[in-house]
Design a protein around this ligand. Sequence first.
Ligand code: SF4
Ligand code: SF4
Length: 290
Amino acid sequence: MDSSELRALAERTVRKIVMTSPLNSLKGFDEKSWGKPIVGFAAGNDPLFESYKELIGDFYWTPSEVMQLAYPDETFNADQLSIICWILPQTENTLADQRKADKLPASRWIHSRHYGEKFNEYLRATVRDTFIKAGIKAAAPVICSEFSYQQSHNFGLASNWSERHTAFVAGLGTFGLSDGFITERGKAVRIGSIIVAARITPDVRRFNSHTANCLWYAEGTCGACISRCPVNAISTAGHDKQACFEYIRGVTAPYAEKILGAWETPCGLCQVKIPCERHNPVSTCSKKAS
Ligand code: SF4
Ligand code: SF4
């Protein structure tokens, strides 16, 4: 298969699973967890992956290292690899409920964080396996058994593969004041990715900075996410990860456990009732949504 056929296979597979799988379900609500996805592509040898490793820490994986973990007897050159990345937007019902919440996340949001992310894990595995069945080696970093969180000197607690940073490489959006990822479908999203041993023409990043889609950084306006956070974890200086972490672990996770009967870590109050909730508020950004 050539690059355009591989792109088409990836886009078709992701969209079909999201739009037709019964597993894309907000259990208990008889409706989908996620709306129509966006798919983007990055090159395995994009220099940003090495930059992330330098900035975040040696534990952060490059695409080649992930493939090496999945296929220990083989060697992979970064220029032979590509990354397929997708954005899963929250539904209108979930957004509407979460807008009414101001201290604790809405029940639908809690369910999407739990069942929606379980579906995202299934999506990662199924897209990976689709490529393997087509004769192309593939790996899904976040569902690798070695996936973990460690302490970064520069950023505190960090995982060895970041879906948001990968989505930035694939040109799917940029970061905002709250650290959320602002796409053409907004910031109320979840993200997934896999790596394939094939060359796929990458998407072009049309941003002039890693925060270009945020009104605060682009124009010095907005700041609406600051007042949405119940524990002041967002300020004009950015996102206080520790304060956010403590609120979620200490308050919203125990609350979610009562609702779900399972441990989960939702909040996302700063992802709704804001200008970047459902779209990219900065008009000069690339238009990737289809
Ligand atoms: S709410 Fe405003 S300031 Fe906060 S991330 Fe979105 S665009 Fe940026
Ligand atoms: S996720 Fe919740 S606690 Fe964390 S910054 Fe957003 S609103 Fe605040």
